[in-house]
Structure formats: structure tokens, C-alpha cells
Design a protein around this ligand. Structure first.
Ligand SMILES: O=P(O)(O)OC[C@H]1O[C@H](O)[C@H](O)[C@@H](O)[C@@H]1O
Length: 626
């Protein structure tokens, strides 16, 4: 009999009896082999070799399974499960900001005391770096910039009187302009059928859209003085849809064009498309246009030269993803009747709380501690954001940019390639329980959850019991708590942020909490949270595609102006563009043009790229000699 067994619990075939006991119950000899020299235990020697062998293997398997089970239990026991211990942990680590009515529960994240101790020096260094940042240090070394979004809610922190004056001036200008528009003092031109602005069309992308979108969804009243909608992409159909929905109200729409750089292609395209719609409607865009951008940017100069209704400054020391407390977020919010000074107050109170240098008393540091513990400081687990409140639906989209554009970096501050990151996704509960919580509960364990709990279900006096003693809000509360428990029972860690209700103050505080947490976490993992080099690469590549398209059009135009027209193959187009290596991109360009009736596939089909012969529907003679 072969004398080797590969491993007592392996699934190797040598362990599986090739001839199971026969129906008559006669025990066949299991084809099991032992390591050379191994013998069945003496006590079994009297038994037929087959039975003793089987018993010995069974004992080994059982011992191994016991070991495995123990390990599994340890894994499960890796997180505290005893309810009394958990209660102690909950109480011991619960953070409360009394004035804000905000709580932070990190008890369902399993960091150890040793870990906290081990991280202390890094936190103290992070606190020091943050202190310098607020004093005006060049905290964005890659772009040589200060990082001043905290000064926006407490101008006296600004490092110079000039900056302080600029911040206060911009805020006053926003408040005054918004008040004049809402009151009707600033009116749309006579072309408007109504004598006040009724709509806001915000044109911007990234940090020039996500903050305003999150705040509008969270705080806009049911009947705002002006209702906001967004063009935040260069999708023609999306732009058409927004303009179509405005209809005749385009005449009483305030168009706010937001772009810190003033040159983002998507935003510029949105502006040009909207201006075209104004022309076609016989409206004068300048009388309804507002620009929010850096001074002397392309957008600022355009707005100034064309005499737009108003212009508001963006500062180079405020990043797009941290600009919600600047004119970018404050002007749209104020025009919707949202109390922006309360937003600033909430953010300022949270800023004060997150300056504390004791990790346990600093909610932003606690978040960073949890993120580091859960993701190993390398983004090994995703951050699932689960607000159990419809109005906070866009919080995760807002955090996606704030967290991932800050943390997702190739190099650290010492030039080491680290490919850092922290992935954020989520929508809202309990809705998401009917979408992907199944995977969170039982599937791949590659995340930690952040629940956002709002205690106030409805304004006072509006509650209603849909069954004796139970309201809709009780269900929402139960779903949150139930999901948190169910995830934890299966060793899925979670953080819970609790606010009393969704107000300008609590939203301001949440924004400030996460801005600071990202800054502290970035320090701890030694990266620059305030630049975004990777975005430029995408912009550059897009520009190259458009440049190639221009060459393709020129080549096709020349061929299409011949008598008779000369349809070209992809190879011929690529050759005449002097870009044979770009043949695939040329094929995609032509397919896109053909789908939009701008090129004609004379022969073949897009499914067989090599069969295509293409020309332009019209010959542009002028272009020929351009
Ligand atoms: O405000 P803009 O200059 O138009 O920039 C809009 C967005 O562009 C890029 O995507 C940047 O990475 C973002 O941080 C920025 O918010």
C-alpha cells in the first residue's frame, strides 16, 4: 500500500475512500495510506487494519477540524461579542458634541488599546501638521499652496488681514446678492414673464457641483425661493433635459457657472450650450449669468467682458472638494433659502472640536483611527456610507470626491510609490438593504460601514403611528440598528455618526468633520491630501482624442470633396492622419460620428471594423483650404 498521505485534512484524493462501505455493510478497506513508518495506534493493532486505520484518520481529521474551528471562533472572537463588554466599550468610547447634538460611536470597530497607543505619535504629528496648516503653512507642497478652507468659517484664523478681508467680503457679497435676488430687488430682465428669479441652473462639475448638490438635497425647503437644478457633465442629452425641464422658466433662471480654474472643459461646454439655448429663446444671457471662479480666470474674464450679472471669487487656497463653505456652496444654498451662517457656525464648532489633541476626544481623529485600523492604512477595505435619511442621499457621493480625490494618490510625501486610497460607496438605508447588504452581511469581507443616524424622524407634531405604538421612523431606526447588529454579528465593523436632525448646522458640522478626518488620515499615511495629479492625466488624454478627431475629420473632408467622393478604409484614414498606431481610436471616433450622422459608412459595418469604408455626408470646401 502506498506509504504517504499528503496531509491529514487536505482534500487530496488519497484520503477519500475509493471504495465506500458496500451496501451489505461489509467494510471495504479504505484506500488510505500513511506516511512512511507511521503506524496505527497500538490500541487499535488488534483491530483489522482497515478499521484501525479509518479510526486513526478520523481522529486526526477531528483534531484538525477542532483546530480549524478554534481558529474560526478566534476570528469570530477577534471582535468582542459579549454584550456587557460591548456596552462598556460603547460607553467608554462614545464621543458627544453637546452643542451640535452630534454623537460618534466607534465601539463596533475592533481596534485594540495597543493599536491606539502605537498610533499616538502619528496622531500627535498629524495634529501638529494641522496646526501649521491652519496658520498658513504650504500644506499643499506639490502645488505650493496654502490650505485655507477652515478660514472660511472663522476668518480671524486667516494668516493675513488681506485674506481675512477677502473672506469676509466674499461672504457679505454672497449674502447681499442672495437677499436681493430672493426679495426681488434684483430681477430677471423684462423678457421674463415674472418679475423675480424662480430657478437656479448651476453649471459646474466635481467640487463645483457635488457640494451644492449634497446640500440642496439635504437642506432645500420643499418650496424654495429658487429651485435648483444642475448641469454637471458634458452630455448633450443631459443638458437638453435640464433646459427642456426649465421650459419658459429659462427666462427667470439665474445661471450660476462655477469653476475654480475657469477652464474645465465640461463646464465650459455646459456654458456654451446654455448660452445657445438663451440665444434661441431670444434671451440675453449676461443679464442672468453669475460666475464663481478665481479672479482673472478665463471664466472670470469672460463674465467681466460680457457684463454678467455678478461674479464671486474662489481662492487658490481652497480646493474644489473643500469649497462648500466658500461662494461655491454658499451662494446656491442662500438662494434656496438655506441659512448659510448656520452652516458656517456648525462647521466652525466642529473645527474647534477637531483641534483637540486627545484622540479620544477628537471625532475626526477617531474616524481616522477607525479608517486606519479597518483598512490597514492602505485602503484594504472600502468605506460604505449608509445614511438612514433620504435627505442625506448624496452624502456618499460628496464623500467619494472628498475622500478618494484626497487619499487616492500614487506617491507619498517622500516620493515612495504607495498607490494609497480609501474607496467610498453607498446610498441610503434602509433602501440599500434591498440592494447590496446581502453581500455586506455574508459575502466578501472587504469593507467597513459608516451609519449616519438622524434621531428626529419628522418635525415636532407631525408624527403618526402606522400601527399601535409604531411609526415609520421606528422602522427606519430598527432597520439601522438591526443592520448594524447583523453586520457586527458576522464580524463586519461599523462606525455610527448620529445627529439629532438634518439642519444647516448639522450639515455644516458633518462636512467639517470629514474634511478634518481626511486631513488627519492623510498625515498619518504621509500623503498630500490637497492636490489631484491623476485628474490632469485624464484631461490631457481627452484633449489628445479630440485632436485626433480633428485630423480624422480633415482627412475625411478632403476625401469627401473629391469627384467622385472617395470613401476611405480605416487603414487609409490612419495613414493619412499619420497615426497608424491610433487605428483603434480612429475606428471609435468614426463609429461615434456615424452614430450621430456626421460620417457615413459607405461600405461594411462597425461590427467588422476592417470592412469599413467611410466618408462625410457634406464636403466643407472652406475647411479644405483652412
Ligand atoms: O472647479 P473646477 O476648476 O472647474 O474643477 C472642477 C473639478 O475638476 C477636477 O476634477 C478636480 O480634480 C476637482 O477637484 C475639481 O473640483
Amino acid at each position: 500500500m502506498a506509504s504517504s498521505v499528503s496531509g491529514i485534512c487536505s482534500s487530496s484524493p488519497s484520503l477519500r475512500p475509493k471504495t465506500p462501505p458496500s451496501a451489505a455493510g461489509r467494510r471495504e478497506v479504505a484506500s488510505v495510506s500513511f506516511p512512511s513508518g507511521a503506524r496505527p495506534p497500538a490500541g487499535d493493532r488488534a483491530l483489522p487494519l482497515s478499521l484501525s486505520l479509518a479510526r486513526s484518520v478520523a481522529r486526526e481529521i477531528s483534531a484538525e477540524l477542532g483546530r480549524a474551528d478554534g481558529a474560526a471562533k478566534k476570528e469570530k472572537c477577534g471582535l468582542e461579542k459579549d454584550s456587557h463588554s460591548l456596552w462598556r466599550r460603547y460607553v467608554d468610547w462614545l464621543y458627544q458634541h453637546r452643542e451640535l447634538g452630534l454623537f460618534l460611536d466607534v465601539s463596533r470597530v475592533g481596534f485594540t488599546d495597543e493599536f491606539v497607543e502605537e498610533m499616538e505619535p502619528r496622531f500627535q504629528a498629524a495634529f501638529k501638521a494641522m496646526e501649521e496648516l491652519e496658520k498658513g503653512a504650504i500644506a499643499n507642497p506639490d502645488e505650493g499652496r496654502m490650505v485655507g478652507h477652515y478660514w472660511l468659517r472663522r476668518s480671524e484664523l486667516a494668516p493675513t488681514r488681506t485674506l481675512k478681508a477677502q473672506i469676509e467680503g466674499a461672504l457679505d457679497a454672497v449674502c447681499n446678492f442672495a437677499a436681493d435676488v430672493v426679495s426681488g430687488k434684483i430681477k430677471p430682465p423684462a423678457t421674463s414673464p415674472v418679475d423675480r428669479f424662480t430657478q437656479i441652473l448651476s453649471v459646474g462639475i466635481g467640487g463645483s457641483a457635488l457640494g451644492p448638490q449634497f446640500v440642496a438635497e439635504a437642506l432645500a425647503p420643499d418650496n424654495p425661493p429658487l429651485k435648483i437644478r444642475f448641469i454637471d457633465n458634458t452630455d448633450p442629452a443631459g443638458i437638453d433635459h435640464q433646459i427642456a425641464q426649465l421650459g419658459p422658466e429659462l427666462a427667470s433662471t439665474l445661471v450660476i457657472v462655477i469653476s475654480k480654474s475657469g477652464g474645465t472643459p465640461e463646464t465650459r461646454n455646459g456654458l456654451l450650450e446654455v448660452q445657445k439655448a438663451f440665444r434661441e429663446a431670444g434671451l440675453e444671457f449676461a443679464k442672468q449669468g453669475v460666475a464663481i471662479t478665481q479672479e482673472n480666470s478665463l471664466l472670470d474674464n469672460t463674465a467681466r467682458i460680457e457684463g454678467w450679472l455678478a461674479r464671486f471669487p474662489m481662492f487658490d487656497w481652497v480646493g474644489g472638494r473643500t469649497s462648500e463653505m466658500s461662494a461655491v456652496g454658499l451662494l446656491p444654498a442662500a438662494l434656496q433659502g438655506i441659512d448659510i451662517r448656520e452652516m458656517l457656525a456648525g462647521a466652525s464648532l466642529m473645527d474647534e472640536a477637531t483641534r483637540t489633541k486627545v484622540v479620544k476626544n477628537n471625532p475626526a481623529a477617531l474616524l481616522a483611527l477607525c479608517w486606519y485600523w479597518a483598512s490597514g492604512g492602505v485602503g484594504s477595505k472600502d468605506m460604505v456610507i449608509l445614511p438612514y435619511k433620504d435627505s442625506l442621499l448624496l452624502f456618499s457621493r460628496y464623500l467619494q470626491q472628498l475622500v478618494m480625490e484626497s487619499i487616492g494618490k500614487e506617491f507619498d510625501l517622500d516620493g515612495n510609490r504607495v498607490n494609497q486610497g480609501l474607496t467610498v460607496y453607498g446610498n441610503k438605508g434602509s433602501t440599500d438593504q434591498h440592494a447590496y447588504i446581502q453581500q455586506l452581511r455574508e459575502g466578501v469581507h472587504n469593507f467597513f460601514a459608516t451609519f449616519v443616524e438622524v434621531l428626529r424622524d419628522r418635525p415636532p407634531g407631525h408624527d403618526w403611528e402606522l400601527e399601535p405604538g409604531v411609526t415609520c421612523g421606528d422602522y427606519l431606526f430598527g432597520m439601522l440598528q438591526g443592520t448594524r447588529s447583523a453586520l457586527y454579528a458576522n464580524d463586519r465593523e461599523s462606525i455610527t455618526v448620529t445627529v439629532e436632525e438634518v439642519t444647516p448646522r448639522s450639515v455644516g458640522a458633518l462636512i467639517a468633520l470629514y474634511e478634518r478626518a481626511v486631513g488627519i488620515y492623510a498625515s498619518i499615511v504621509n500623503i498630500n491630501a490637497y492636490h489631484q495629479p491623476g485628474v490632469e492625466a485624464g484631461k490631457k488624454a481627452a484633449a489628445e482624442v479630440l485632436a485626433l478627431q480633428k485630423r480624422v475629420l480633415s482627412v475625411l473632408n478632403e476625401a469627401s470633396c473629391k469627384e467622385p467622393v472617395e470613401p476611405l478604409t480605416l487603414e487609409e484614414v490612419a495613414e493619412r492622419c499619420h497615426a497608424p498606431e491610433e487605428i483603434e481610436m480612429i475606428y471609435k471616433i468614426i463609429a461615434h460620428m456615424a452614430a450621430n450622422d456626421r460620417a457615413i459608412i459607405a461600405e461594411g459595418s462597425c461590427g467588422s471594423p476592417r470592412s469599413i469604408k467611410v466618408f462625410l455626408g457634406e464636403c466643407n470646401v472652406d475647411e479644405l483650404y483652412a
